[in-house]
Design a protein around this ligand. Structure first.
Ligand code: NAD
Length: 498
């Protein structure tokens, strides 16, 4: 069985750790690899190599850094199908879905190819008599990233290309559930010609995360994952003086106004609710129809679509949805469905009995649809992260906005309507970071930035785009006087133009 290695100072380095974790193929339930759960000492080795590399990488001209990013971008593009295959084998998502995440990650590298322009500073001539001032943004040092299972390539690509283009060196701790896409990304990174030590990979679990949070030479940490861990990483990392951006979980709503085209809204809900088996932080898990009659029509439109979902392994080109990531996660989702039924929600489509012939040991379940869910129910309050869509009926537009604004999570939200006034009002009033108007999954493009509000993010910066550049750099402002015409005699007043 394959045992994965760390990548330190540009070389694959087997971990000496005795602790390991299994990696599974979720379609078959077979173990495909063994992952070392690295030690704090191994993290220390990676930090030392990254710190050494920073000395020259941080002063490498941005144009040269961009030239390497262009090469890297081409290599990722050429290897997109290979990366997608690896993702599907460990995550379970369909091949086309995996290709989609490679593409969205690639777009972040595209953005980073423009780094010389993004790092350009500001200049003020004659800020005072013969005094000029310039400001620019400089790299932080060694930066680390901790990533979740659900986007094994896209989320790492949200982080390290931006940090590295800015002149930092980077240590990635991928999800222990599907780490192999990161390994290929790092191989291609070396092939592009980046110097050794600029990107390192250290596999592991809480032990390595805690070592990252405690290490004095790591200046910033980007985290994406569930809300409790995001909050822990933010609190612990900032306590040790690091800059931290920690993106957490979600409960994303989609409002369906009475004037919306119900068929189109139902189609959009299918992709947004059941695509990637609901394991997306931007998945819509709550449909909020406004009014009884539109709600009845929506549930009538959704039920046959959910029953007809094509579920299969990634090798089936017709599959619309694959298995969920692990057996533990499958059991957790099943218990949420049990609780929804027990707490009185109307279980319109029950995915619990689903079995796929030939894949009986895989982590498959059917699409599930609940109607008449109330905000008090556990399936509404908690993130299920599976193919389970809840319909919460509301009487009015104001009730729908009130429901969403009362929710602790605030990652993404959507409204489907033909009414421009309602759409505009919604965009203004809704307390959520990413809003879609007739767009069910409003993931911002690479030159905007991604980030929710409230308990979907901890820290002041969204990820990638201009916010990513700000997070990964610090401002320096230089004030200089040329020619030197300083008058004799000390001045004790605060300096002013006069
Ligand atoms: P997770 O929080 O379990 O794991 C994320 C990372 O944290 C992993 O690398 C893991 O090894 C590490 N980790 C886990 N437990 C830890 C602990 N006790 N101490 C320290 N580190 C720990 O998340 P997941 O299950 O891999 O991913 C799914 C979650 O991520 C969902 O909640 C989803 O909404 C969220 N997510 C959010 C975004 C976003 O942009 N907001 C994007 C993708 C996923």
């Amino acid at each position: 069985m394959q045992r994965l290695d760390n990548v330190i100072a540009g070389k694959r380095k087997p971990s000496a750790s005795k602790r390991t974790a299994p990696v599974f193929n979720p379609a078959t339930g077979e173990q495909t690899a063994e992952l070392p759960l690295s030690t704090a000492a191994e993290l220390g080795d990676a930090v030392a190599a990254a710190k050494a590399a920073f000395a020259t990488w941080s002063v490498t001209p941005p144009l040269r850094r961009a030239a390497l990013m262009f090469k890297y971008r081409d290599l990722i593009e050429k290897n997109a199908a290979r990366i997608a295959t690896i993702i599907s084998q460990e995550h379970g998502k369909t091949h086309s879905d995996a290709l989609g995440e490679v593409q969205r990650g690639l777009e972040v590298i595209d953005f980073c190819c423009g780094i010389p322009h993004l790092l350009k500073g500001e200049f003020s001539r004659n800020a005072g008599p013969s005094i000029d001032t310039h400001s620019d943004r400089q790299a932080l040092g060694v930066v680390a990233g901790i990533t979740p299972f659900n986007f094994p390539i896209m989320v790492p690509l949200w982080m390290f290309p931006v940090a590295i283009a800015c002149g930092n060196t980077f240590i990635l701790k991928p999800s222990e559930k599907d780490p192999s896409a990161s390994m290929l990304a790092s191989e291609l990174f070396q092939e592009a010609g980046f110097p050794d030590g600029v990107l390192s990979i250290v596999h592991g679990d809480k032990e390595v995360v805690d070592a990252i949070l405690a290490h004095p030479d790591i200046k910033a940490v980007s985290f994406v994952g569930s809300t409790p861990i995001a909050e822990y990483v933010y609190r612990t990392g900032t306590h040790t003086g690091k800059r931290v951006q920690a993106l957490g979980g979600a409960k994303n709503h989609m409002v369906i106004m009475p004037d919306a085209d119900i068929d189109k809204a139902a189609d959009a809900l299918m992709g947004a609710g059941y695509g990637s088996a609901g394991e997306r932080c931007m998945a819509v898990s709550v449909a909020v129809p406004v009014g009884e009659e539109p709600a009845n029509r929506l549930v009538e439109a959704l039920a046959p679509r959910v029953r007809a979902l094509k579920i299969g392994p990634a090798s089936d080109p017709d599959a619309e949805m694959g298995p969920v990531v692990t057996g533990d996660h499958l059991r957790k989702i099943l218990s949420y469905i049990d609780s929804g039924a027990a707490q009185g929600a109307d279980l319109v489509v029950d995915g619990r009995g689903f079995k796929l012939q030939g894949y009986e040991k895989g982590y498959f379940l059917g699409g599930t649809l609940f109607d008449k869910v109330t905000p008090q129910m556990t399936i509404y309050k908690e993130e299920i992260f599976g193919p389970v869509l809840s319909v919460v009926r509301t009487k009015s537009y104001a009730d729908a906005v009130g429901l969403i604004n009362a929710n602790d999570y605030a990652n993404g939200v959507a409204i489907f309507t033909r009414d421009g006034d309602a759409a505009r009002d919604f965009a203004d009033r809704i307390e959520v970071g990413m809003v879609g108007i007739n767009v069910a999954i409003p993931v911002p493009v690479a030159y905007h930035s991604f980030g929710g509000w409230k308990r979907s993010i901890f820290g002041d910066h969204a990820i990638y785009g201009a916010e990513g550049v700000r997070f990964n750099t610090r401002l320096k402002t230089v004030t200089s006087r040329w020619p030197e015409d300083i008058k004799s005699g000390a001045v004790f007043n605060f300096p002013t133009l006069g």
